[in-house]
Design a protein around this ligand. Structure first.
Ligand code: N01
Length: 544
C-alpha cells in the first residue's frame, strides 16, 4: 500500500485537535461530527487497510447483522438515509462494509483517515494538556483530545490452548478472516465456539466442507432471523418514515424503533402465550426477546417458560435426540447472555457431514499438528476455525498502552475492572473520551444509536469547553465512584451478572468479573447524561 493510500506521514510530528482511534461506525461518526460541527483538525488511525471496524474484520461466512438494516445505520444525514438502499432485513457483512465505505466517500472522510496504522501508545502531557499519540510505524502526533472508537467487540480472543501453534493445517479466528475468503471444499473442518459467530458460521461452512465438527462448551439459545429481501414498497415505506424511526430508536430501551409490549408472561393463558410465542418464532429476530412480554429480562419464572419453548423447538428440529439434548441450554436463562439470531443453525445438525462434540464433558486437551485431542478422542482436521469471541469492552482499550495524568496506566486504573464516568471518561485520563465505553449501555443498545449519542455528547462538551476557554476536562474520582456504584447497583436487577458471558468478562481467564455495560436502559442513561450537562457538567472538572 502506498503512502498516498494510507495517508501516512512517517516521522512527522504534528499537532491536531483530536486523534480518533478506529474507523468503524464510531470513528467515522466522530470524524464527521468533530470536523463538520466543530471545524476541528482530526486524524483517525485505523489498524485495518480499509474502513469498517467490526464490519471490516468479521468477514467470516454467514456474518450478518442481527439488527435490522434500516435502523442499523447513521441517522445524522437525512440525505444519506434517503439515498442508501438496503437490500433486505438483515444485511450481510459485505453490504455493511460497502455502506461504511460509501459514508467515508460521501462525506470526504478518507483524507483524515490513516489506514494500516495501529496506535500503540498514548500519553497525556499534564503541562500542555495534550495527548502524545504514538503509532506502530514510529509516528508521533500531539492532540488536545483523544477519542477512542475502538469497538466493544474487536479484540479477538484466541484461546491459548496447548499446542495451538503446532497445527499444520489452516487456522483462522472469525474476527480476523482473510479478505480473499477460505476454501472449505473437500476439507475436514473443526469449529470451536457456539456464540453468535459460531452459530452464524456453522450452516455456511457445513454447506461447503467435506465434514464439520462443532466443539461446543456451552449451548446457546438462538432464534431464527427469518431474513428476507426488501421489496420496493418496503424501501419506500421506510424512507417516508425515517424521521419517526430514528426518533423511536433514540427513545426506546435498546435503540430499536420498537417499544416493549405492556404485558407480562403470566398475564395470559397457556394457550394464548403459546400462540404469541409461535407468532414471534415465525417472525424471527430479537423481537422474540422483547416483543411478547415485558418481564423477560428480570422474571426468572417467565424466562424459564420461554427458555423451555426454545428447547422444545430444538427437540422438534434436530432429529437425533442425543444431539438435540446436547444443544439445549440448561445452565443459563434465555436473554442473560447476548441472544444469537440464526439462519438454519439447528437444522444443520441433521446433515450427515456435521457432528457436535461436547467439550464441557470432554474438554479440549491440546491442539496437535493434525487436529485436536479432547479428553476422550482424537480429531483430525485440515482446517480449524476459532469462533471464540472477544476480550470484550475493555480488551481493545487495554491493548493500547494508554497513560493518563502523571503517567498512570489505564491497565492499572482498571486492574479490578473498568471504571468510568458515564462510560465516556475515566478519572485520571483528562481529555480522553471513550465512545461506547464500559459503564455505558453500548452493547445493549443498537450500536449506531449508542455511538451517535456519545459522539453528540462529546461534541457538545468540547463546544462547552471552547465557549468557556477551557483546555482540560476530567472526570472527578468522586463522580466516577458514584457512577460505578450506580452501574453495579442497577445490574442487580438484570440477570446478566448471573451468567458466564463476555458481558461480565467470564470468557477471558483472569479478567475481573464485572457487569461492564450499563443495564439501566437507554432512556434512563440518556436522562443521566443530560442531567450532568444541565448541571454544568456536574462530576467533570475543567482546567484552563
Ligand atoms: O463470541 P462469544 P462470539 N475453549 O463470546 C467458546 C456480537 N456478534 O464471537 O460459552 C472452548 O459469544 C465460548 O464457550 P463458552 C454479539 O454481541 C454480533 O460468538 O464460554 N470454547 C462460546 O461458545 C456476540 O454476543 C453479530 O463456554 C471456547 C464461543 O467460544 C458477540 O459479538 C454476529 C473457548 C464464544 O462466544 C460475541 O460473539 C456475531 C475455549 N478456550 C457476533 N473460549 C451480529 O450481529 C471461548 N469459547 C452480526
Amino acid at each position: 500500500m502506498s503512502d498516498q493510500q494510507t495517508n501516512r506521514t512517517d516521522g512527522e510530528s504534528r499537532q491536531l485537535d483530536a486523534v480518533v482511534i478506529g474507523a468503524g461506525f464510531a470513528g467515522l461518526c466522530a470524524l464527521y461530527k468533530l470536523r463538520e460541527d466543530m471545524g476541528m483538525k482530526v486524524r483517525v488511525y485505523e489498524t485495518g487497510d480499509g474502513v469498517g471496524g467490526t464490519w471490516y474484520w468479521n468477514r467470516y461466512p454467514g456474518a450478518r447483522c442481527d439488527s435490522e438494516s434500516f435502523y442499523y445505520c447513521f441517522s445524522f444525514s437525512d440525505e444519506l438515509a434517503q439515498e442508501w438502499e438496503w437490500s433486505g432485513k438483515y444485511p450481510e457483512q459485505p453490504e455493511i462494509e460497502r455502506y461504511l465505505n460509501h459514508v467515508a466517500d460521501r462525506f470526504d472522510l478518507r483524507r483524515d483517515i490513516q489506514l494500516s496504522t495501529s496506535v500503540t501508545r498514548a500519553e497525556f502531557d499534564d503541562a500542555a494538556n495534550l495527548w502524545d499519540v504514538y503509532t506502530e510505524v514510529g509516528e508521533r502526533v500531539r492532540a488536545r483530545f483523544l477519542v477512542t472508537a475502538v469497538g466493544c467487540l474487536s479484540a479477538a480472543n484466541l484461546p491459548d490452548i496447548p499446542g495451538r501453534d503446532s497445527f499444520a493445517g489452516e487456522l483462522f479466528h472469525t474476527a480476523r478472516w482473510p479478505r480473499e475468503g477460505v476454501d472449505f471444499k473437500g476439507k475436514r473442518v473443526g469449529l470451536i465456539g457456539t456464540g453468535s459467530t459460531g452459530i452464524q458460521a456453522t450452516p455456511e461452512i457445513a454447506a461447503e466442507a467435506d465434514r464439520l465438527t462443532v466443539f461446543q462448551r456451552t449451548p446457546n439459545f438462538t432464534v431464527p432471523a427469518r431474513h428476507a429481501p426488501f421489496k420496493p414498497e418496503d424501501q419506500a415505506r421506510i424512507k417516508q418514515n425515517y424521521a419517526a424511526i430514528f426518533d423511536r430508536t433514540r427513545k426506546s430501551p435498546a435503540g430499536f424503533p420498537y417499544f416493549p409490549i405492556d404485558r407480562k408472561t403470566m398475564d395470559v393463558s397457556d394457550e394464548e402465550r403459546m400462540e404469541i410465542l409461535d407468532g414471534l418464532w415465525q417472525e424471527g429476530g430479537f423481537k422474540f426477546l422483547w416483543g411478547g412480554f415485558n418481564d423477560l429480562p428480570t422474571d426468572l419464572q417467565a424466562i424459564e417458560i420461554v427458555s423451555e419453548y426454545i428447547r422444545d423447538r430444538i427437540r422438534e428440529i434436530v432429529k437425533d435426540p442425543e444431539t438435540a439434548e446436547l444443544l439445549c441450554p440448561n445452565d443459563h436463562p434465555y436473554g442473560s447472555k447476548r441472544p444469537p439470531i440464526d439462519t438454519d443453525y439447528y437444522v444443520t445438525f441433521n446433515r450427515d457431514n456435521v457432528s457436535l462434540v461436547d467439550i464441557k464433558k470432554s474438554p479440549i486437551q491440546e491442539i496437535t499438528p493434525t487436529g485436536l485431542r479432547t479428553a476422550d478422542a482424537e480429531h483430525e482436521f485440515d482446517l480449524l476455525v476459532f469462533a471464540t469471541g472477544f476480550d470484550a469492552m475493555t480488551g481493545s482499550l487495554l491493548r493500547i498502552d494508554i497513560r493518563g495524568s502523571e503517567g498512570v496506566r489505564l491497565s492499572d486504573a482498571w486492574a479490578e475492572g473498568p471504571r468510568t464516568l458515564l462510560g465516556l471518561q475515566v478519572a485520571g485520563f483528562p481529555n480522553m473520551f471513550t465512545i461506547t465505553g464500559p459503564g455505558s449501555p453500548s452493547v445493549l443498545v443498537n450500536m449506531p444509536v449508542a455511538i451517535e449519542h456519545h459522539v453528540e455528547w462529546i461534541v457538545d462538551c468540547i463546544q462547552h469547553m471552547q465557549d468557556n476557554g477551557k483546555t482540560r476536562i476530567e472526570a472527578s474520582e468522586a463522580a466516577q465512584d458514584s457512577w460505578v456504584e450506580h452501574v453495579a447497583e442497577v445490574s442487580q436487577y438484570s440477570l446478566m451478572g448471573k451468567s458466564n458471558s463476555w458481558y461480565v468478562g467470564a470468557n477471558i481467564p483472569g479478567k475481573p468479573r464485572v457487569v461492564m455495560p450499563y443495564t439501566g436502559g437507554q432512556p434512563m442513561y440518556r436522562e443521566r447524561c443530560q442531567a450532568v450537562v444541565d448541571a454544568g457538567y456536574e462530576g467533570f472538572e475543567f482546567g484552563a
